[in-house]
Design a protein around this ligand. Structure first.
Ligand SMILES: [Zn+2]
Length: 364
């Protein structure tokens, strides 16, 4: 629920009617105030508006993250707790709400953060990029996966996070082998070329903005195949996994990020009992972490003598897409609508939680 003081300051940024001329926003005053709606929850009053073009009615609430939510104002804490290592269950207990409420807020924020990101994309990369897969699993160890991650070598800006399911291989007990075979009989194998496909997707996105820079990866065959599958305009260098994993290693930015994932996600700690229930939950968390790290926090917490801005500039500032560290409201304050966005197939699937190979039932 939007506070009255906020409502008085709000200038409706767009018309929510997807067929209206003003759906994509306008500088002009396209609306008239149209009284107050009384509600049964605080603040009990809600400014109403009417669009001058299409006649659609809407209210101050329409533009808030808590639109049609029964409990207001939870999201900021949920985001902060979730990205600093608390499980959904602990957050729910701390905030005295149902766990489903936490999941709902994370899901909505993940969508909103994608929309936000679409409006703040770098149009040129002025640094090299490190690329590698973060190995984890969803639901159970029988569903391992990679989160394919592209990170700026200097900025630590996370350019891409996509998902590749893997088929479980390697050492298993007899019991595990039987279980694995049962799952495959029931659901089929996961797509076998996903790492290659996802890498192609990321490389094609990087290609338009990264020409002349170097992409570093490890010696994974799928990465090399992807690089050679089209005219890739970046230089390409593979790094042996035997090379020391210190800051001089070109893959350091991506290794460092992956260690942060292990540190900050309750589900990614070793021997944890928390886990991501399905692909959507994992990817949404990754998406939120991306926005949180890129836009809402400095590159490093501590001062760094080789990089004097590291403790006061966010990765997005290094990349040049924004000029300050953003707070929660600056990212999530104005809710955007799917109909306002130009999304590709992968992004549409993300928003609609479509994972065709998933072995779990994922609520939309
Ligand atoms: Zn309208």
């Amino acid at each position: 629920m939007t506070k009255i003081a906020d409502q008085l300051q709000l200038i409706p940024p767009y018309c929510p009617n997807s067929r209206c001329l003003f759906h994509f926003g306008t500088e002009s005053k396209f609306f008239v105030k149209n009284g107050w709606a009384l509600t049964d929850k605080p603040p009990f009053k809600n400014q109403r508006y009417k669009c001058k073009s299409c006649g659609e009615h809407f209210s101050a609430n329409t533009f808030g993250l808590d639109y049609r939510r029964r409990l207001a104002g939870l999201s900021e804490n949920v985001l902060h707790y979730s990205l600093n290592g608390m499980s959904n269950n602990s957050i729910a207990r701390l905030l005295d709400v149902a766990e489903g409420t936490i999941r709902d807020r994370l899901k909505e924020m993940a969508r909103q953060s994608l929309y936000f990101e679409k409006e703040h994309l770098p149009n040129k990369i002025r640094e090299d990029v490190a690329y590698d897969g973060f190995e984890t699993f969803t639901h159970s160890q029988f569903s391992p996966c990679y989160v394919n991650t592209a990170v700026g070598s200097h900025s630590m800006f996370i350019y891409h996070n996509t998902f590749s399911p893997l088929n479980r291989k390697g050492r298993m007990t007899e019991e595990q082998k039987i279980k694995n075979r049962e799952l495959i009989l029931k659901h089929g194998l996961y797509p076998r070329d996903s790492v290659y496909e996802e890498t192609c997707y990321i490389l094609k996105n990087l290609a338009t903005i990264g020409a002349g820079r170097t992409l570093y990866t490890d010696k994974h065959k799928a990465y090399e195949r992807a690089v050679h599958s089209f005219t890739f305009p970046m230089d390409f260098e593979t790094i042996s996994s035997e090379r020391r994993r210190d800051p001089s290693n070109p893959l350091f930015p991506v290794n460092h990020l992956h260690s942060l994932y292990r540190h900050f996600f309750s589900s990614q700690k070793r021997e944890t009992i928390a886990f991501q229930k399905h692909e959507a939950a994992l990817l949404e968390k990754m998406q939120l972490m991306k926005i949180y790290r890129n836009f809402m926090n400095p590159k490093f917490v501590r001062k760094n003598k080789f990089d004097p801005h590291a403790h006061e500039w966010s990765p997005a500032m290094y990349v040049g897409v924004i000029d300050k560290i953003l707070n929660f409201n600056e990212v999530f304050g104005i809710r955007k609508l799917k109909t306002q966005m130009k999304l590709d197939q992968k992004e549409t699937n993300f928003v609609n939680r479509i994972y065709p190979y998933s072995r779990q039932v994922i609520a939309a």
